[in-house]
Ligand binder design. Sequence first.
Ligand code: AMP
Ligand code: ZN
Length: 490
Amino acid sequence: MSIQLFNTLSGTVEPLAAASGPLRMYVCGPTVYDYGHIGNFRTFLHIDVLRRTLLQQGIKLNHVMNITDVDDKIIRNAAEAGVPIGEYTKKFEQAFFEDMAWLGIQQPEHIARATEHIPEMVHLIETLEKRGYAYKAEDGSWYYRIEKFPEYGKLSKKDLEGIEQGARVDVDEYKDSASDFALWKAPKPGEQSWQTEIGAGRPGWHIECSAMAMKILGETLDLHAGGEDLMFPHHENEIAQSEGATGKPFAHHWMHVRFLLVEGRKMSKSEGNFYTLRDLLLKGYKAAAIRFLLISVPYRHQLNFTFDGLMESTNAIERLRTFHQRMKTGKWAAGSNAEISTQTAHALQEYDAALANDLNTAEARAAIFDLVRSANSAADAGQLLAENASEIVRLLERFDAVFAVLEDKDAETTRAALAWAESAGRIGEATPELLAALSLGDDEVQALVDERTQAKASRNFARADAIRRELLEKGILIEDSKDGTRWKRK
Ligand code: AMP
Ligand code: ZN
């Protein structure tokens, strides 16, 4: 089995395959100087879709994600906060992993921190020097000599001359050529630095990824991925460094996730349309709905994030969960309705084909929702039978192995986000409904719901109504159906 995936390097959609053994994939991870924003998570969520799709197809993975825990911004922010960089980044790294869990993003097989791989980076720079690609500048910094690598630009399809003309000449006066990029930065007063064989200093960002990818996965990877902004110069530089050092192809397949827009514009703090995951959770939006929205538009298409879209996504999940519940717990007559069975098989085929075709999540989602519609009307008309319901449940579970939105962990996530807000001094941003809902634990809600059911059974409707009102005030909605009473937090 394999899937077809667009390869930025070749410019075509090609089968993604492992040369041998588990698929060796490297994904550029976060720079941990702040909380992750929804643009970051669009990228990591699509990588998660890829990961889960491959696993669903029986493909084994060796997936590495790095953590950039040293760079200019980290050094500056840590200095401002008056703490060592390790202390500064730890908080954001932990928050990042927590965010990943809230969004249902699976952990890669390996996490690699830049500060734990300094010797590998130094060694790679030494190799590059021996092969004539790296030189040390007067101030003690090391640079990559781009003109030594004629294939430079092959990923982003830029030509070297254009790059040289476009390069900002003022960046560093010690470089031999304006377009050369830093491998190692000489220490500045007061900055954290490492004493190494190539001198004191700290690594450049690009060398981190080359060194860690090759250390863990070997000289040639099956797949390398990240957001589209990384294509140039970061990934181009990774190729120059790795191929310069080994003389072998660095990665066969390159995947880039298109940038997220917010309300039609580039997301930025100055535009006032910049959101971290935590900002949205405090506004009362659910992590599952954010996940569903961010993955429902295929990774190579532009996604315009809007609050209307987020509401639509919240409703869509609710519809799916209700449908799943109905199929699982409904009382169906024995047997199978051939027409529905054919529709289910067709939806399964469409779903699989859509994901295998360059991860077309929009079509995969549409195949499932078409079935929700037709199965619901068949069920309303009493035409859906027990075997149909189990086939549909199996299909929904297959869908959910990738989309991961059926299980309702909303309350748990909200609770965890509020606990963080409390400790970070941001609880004032939480909506009143969120705060009210939290004043009742799940067990307490259930006890009230049970009491209401009792009250109704004994025809004490005044008490039943009072409980419903009390729950509503605390942001809890009750839904009665012939299968019993369900409740959910708003
Ligand atoms: P950073 O923490 O800035 O190094 O970024 C982590 C990942 O998020 C990288 O793969 C970026 O390409 C990606 N990324 C950053 N901003 C956006 C955005 N607006 N849309 C999609 N991906 C993004
Ligand atoms: Zn990288």
